[in-house]
Write a protein that binds this ligand. Sequence first.
Ligand code: SF4
Ligand code: SF4
Length: 278
Amino acid sequence: MLKGLIRKIIPFSSVDGPGNRTSIFFQGCNFDCLYCHNPETINLCKKCGTCAFVCPYDAVEFLGDHVKWHEEKCMDCGLCLKNCKNNCGPRTKYMSVGEILKEILKYKPFISGITVSGGECTLQKNFLVDLFEKVKKLNLSIYVDTNGSTDFSKNKELTDLMDYAMLDIKSFDKDEHKMLTGMDNSIVLKNARYLASINKLYEVRTVIVPDLLDNDKNVDEISKLIASLDSNIRYKLIKYRPMGVRENKIKSLSPSNDYMENLKDICIHNGLSNIIIL
Ligand code: SF4
Ligand code: SF4
């Protein structure tokens, strides 16, 4: 049976799409963004067993070829992650669709839908298809929070089942995108155009980092792209915040409110009407 590798499930979230949603975070990402504020969701466990020896609460078991995390014993002390040379820690779980549905059903009366996020959830696209087929039957909406590296036009089953995508365009410039994430942005931009053409692009997001990116140029180009697709698509400008980032990868201050407002003005000038600063 296909299982998904899950980092965590947040029962109620009001920041991962419209309304109150259950958010499911998948482990593993193919980007390595310099400003990632959840870097422990990037790598997959290398099964070295170190965490099992450092956990003071016996919440991690080393079984020779893998480690097992016992959630009920975990005291959230953070020692396992601190000692993990792979920077992932053991706190993930393989879950079946049935197990995730059981969680969703607990919250169903209070939510309008689910959001799948990560890590990069579309790396587990076959599992998502199985999950979405079942969630559809519950009459819940499905939003996909993605870095845009999976070509949605070539994954029709997934794209047909989801309601909307929330897409990161981290940089319009391919070299800057590569410097920031380690990957090319050609599929990301292709996805923006494709998802808008089938009316499934709910939101585009860009993180604003003053000392790393050419933000004026970037926001200018991305907002022009969105305006050319559908000026009502929401564009979220997210302030870089240094919490949780890897300090050896990035050194930047958070942008000021004025700095963000200037970027918003660029978007308005380019014809966008639905702009959020976060
Ligand atoms: S956070 Fe890690 S080290 Fe701490 S109790 Fe939980 S599993 Fe053990
Ligand atoms: S979580 Fe990290 S420390 Fe623990 S077994 Fe995996 S790679 Fe090793």
